[in-house]
Design a protein around this ligand. Structure first.
Ligand code: NAP
Length: 438
């Protein structure tokens, strides 16, 4: 059988890795897919650079639409990024009856429902393994390996840039700004790091995992998103003294008590003894809790040219296997059921259940701690641990660090407002969520 023909839109970091991996491992990939897979056409704005990567045997064009118009191409890979031209080209490829593979988490998290509905109508597949956690096959794990399970929750370190910054802050005692500069100098953070440090990139990925795990439409706009820009080195130190590490986690959780789903990204205290707390540098890891399997952990490179290409090519192989199969036995490559579970809402953050780390700078007077614990008790928030430390701000002040047990977030917000209003509380109260992940 002649090889399946693939068109590549955008041959930058991931696109060039995809071309290299596919070419280098050609024979093995053919054996596994049951058919050869060849990139025969590439579109990129920089045609000279594209030509330099692929050599003479591949057709190179500047306009992605020429790839979509080519009737010999069965699969289109979109590796341009963003919501603009990438969305238009993906929709046009689907409309032309092509299968699509993309690493574009931003596009899927925001427009996924529309894209998947169009793919379903056309009977084509959309592969997006590379969109979440780069080279880690987490989409496959959720969709295939864990398919017997009722997923209870997922928690992941799914942004390498922020994990690198947090590791630097902890290892070297650096503040956020200094650690960000290091990350930029070493190429772990972009010149404009907003998407990473504000938690948006992690929220895109958490949104996609949530939709697959719970069968709901993608709803990025309902995610609660907090980044790491406000984190201070002092809180990383105190967390350490209490046996915790601070990680930026993407969390999604089924909540049967209120028939909803939690979807949130924020800095989180995690017990230092958990494996995920020890994931350092730019590495990614995802913990999935299923009712049958229990807890499973997936670890690896979440970005980079060839790690991400590894996931792109896995999707190409999947599609090739299914495409080659008897058309009556093709399995649609979609795990969402648009509309089917749409009634299960993403919960507002006030309804989330979590525990907290609090740091209060208070006047060094008797009765202050009693007043604060009373406010917490009045809101039904129980205390797990309290430590009191000399404040760096001077003798007349004390740092009060409190760990709470689980509570409804709204209750904690009310308690925080009352505590903040006390004249003996001298600075904004630092509050960071905490998850035991057990
Ligand atoms: N890099 C990673 O490690 C990684 C990991 C996971 C997922 N992803 C996702 O993968 C996608 C690609 O990322 P990347 O890092 O490979 O980006 P990149 O290096 O910037 O590559 C994008 C390529 O697309 C080209 N391009 C831009 N507009 C185009 C158009 N209209 N038609 C054809 N080509 C066009 C660019 O050309 P010019 O350079 O000439 O503009 C560039 O060569 C993004 O969605 C990203 O979020 C990346």
């Amino acid at each position: 059988m002649k090889p399946i023909q693939v068109g590549l839109l955008g041959i930058g970091t991931v696109g060039s890795g995809t071309y290299k991996v596919l070419t280098r491992n050609q024979a093995e990939i053919r054996r596994r897919a049951g058919r050869g897979i060849e990139i025969t056409m590439v579109a990129d704005l920089d045609t000279a650079r594209a030509r330099a990567i692929v050599g003479e045997g591949v057709q190179v064009v500047a306009d992605g639409r020429a790839v979509i118009a080519n009737p010999d191409i069965d699969i289109v890979i979109e590796l341009i990024g963003g919501y603009g031209i990438a969305k238009a080209l993906v929709m046009e490829a689907i409309a032309a009856g092509k299968h699509v593979v993309t690493a574009n988490k931003a596009l899927l998290a925001v427009h996924g429902t529309e894209i998947f509905a169009a793919a379903r109508d056309k009977g084509v597949m959309v592969g997006f393994e590379a969109a979440v956690a780069g080279g880690i096959p987490i989409i496959k794990a959720l969709r295939e390996g864990l398919t017997a399970n009722r997923i209870e929750w997922i928690a992941g370190i799914i942004n390498g840039t922020t994990n690198f910054i947090l590791s630097e802050m902890r290892d070297k005692g650096l503040d956020f700004g200094a650690a960000l500069k290091d990350a930029q100098a070493l190429g772990y953070a972009e010149a404009d790091p907003t998407f990473d440090i504000e938690g948006i990139d992690a929220a895109h990925k958490a949104t996609i995992m949530s939709a697959i795990a719970f069968g709901t439409p993608v709803q990025f706009d309902k995610a609660h998103v907090e980044g790491i820009t406000q984190l201070q080195a002092v809180d990383i130190r105190y967390a350490e003294q209490l046996g915790y590490r601070i990680k930026l986690l993407g969390i999604t959780k089924r909540r049967d008590d209120v028939a909803g789903i939690e979807l949130r990204v924020h800095p989180t205290l995690v017990p230092a003894k958990r494996l995920i707390a020890n994931v350092e540098g730019a590495m990614n890891a995802v913990v999935v809790q299923g009712d049958a399997v229990g807890t499973t952990l997936y670890y690896g490179k979440g970005a980079g040219s060839e790690p991400t290409a590894s996931a792109v090519v896995a999707d190409l192989v999947d599609i090739t296997r299914l495409h080659t199969a008897d058309p009556d036995h093709r399995v649609p490559h979609l795990a969402f059921q648009p509309g089917a579970v749409a009634a299960t809402p993403i919960l507002p953050i006030a309804q989330v259940i979590t525990s907290f780390y609090l740091r209060l700078q208070v006047a060094d007077q008797t009765g202050v701690l009693a007043r604060i614990t009373t406010i917490l008790a009045e809101h039904d928030i129980s205390i797990d641990a309290v430590i009191q430390r000399e404040s760096a701000e001077g003798e007349k002040q004390t740092d009060l660090i409190i760990l709470t047990h689980d509570t409804v977030e709204g209750r904690m917000r009310d308690a925080l407002a009352l505590m903040q209003a006390l004249p003996t509380v001298l600075a904004p109260i630092v509050n960071i969520r905490k998850e035991e992940l057990s």
